[in-house]
Write a protein that binds this ligand. Structure first.
Ligand code: ZN
Length: 115
């Protein structure tokens, strides 16, 4: 355990119990933990199969602050013309992944984030 002392952390600026960061500065325990935390990068390509009613689309103009019908489901989206479909974007790929009936993964690559 390295020596600790109360000073201002070089990373967040908070006055707290800090230790040497190994680079001539000081770091608090939560900033040190953040630096040591590893992040995985998952790159994949694949296909989701999901009931149209379970997909939410968000109007692009509502993203920009307008108040017209901001969110529709996939059944409503299917009724739109090709041109009107372009006024909407998928609201959440994470919700599609969570709610889908099936998924085919063509490729999946997991690496550690470069820092
Ligand atoms: Zn800090």
């Amino acid at each position: 355990m390295s020596k600790q002392y109360v000073t201002d952390c070089d990373y967040c600026g908070e006055i707290s119990l800090c230790q040497d960061d190994g680079a001539g500065g000081t770091t608090c325990s939560s900033c040190k933990r953040r630096q040591e935390e590893k992040t995985l990068v998952l790159e994949f390509s694949g296909t989701f199969f999901i009931a149209a009613k379970d997909v939410k689309f968000q109007s692009i103009s509502s993203v920009l602050g307008s108040s017209e019908d901001p969110v529709i489901n996939g059944e409503d989206w299917l009724k739109l013309s090709e041109k009107d479909r372009q006024k909407y974007i998928l609201q959440s790929i994470a919700h599609v992944a969570r709610d889908c009936q099936d998924i085919n993964i063509d490729s999946l690559k997991i690496t550690e984030e470069e820092t």
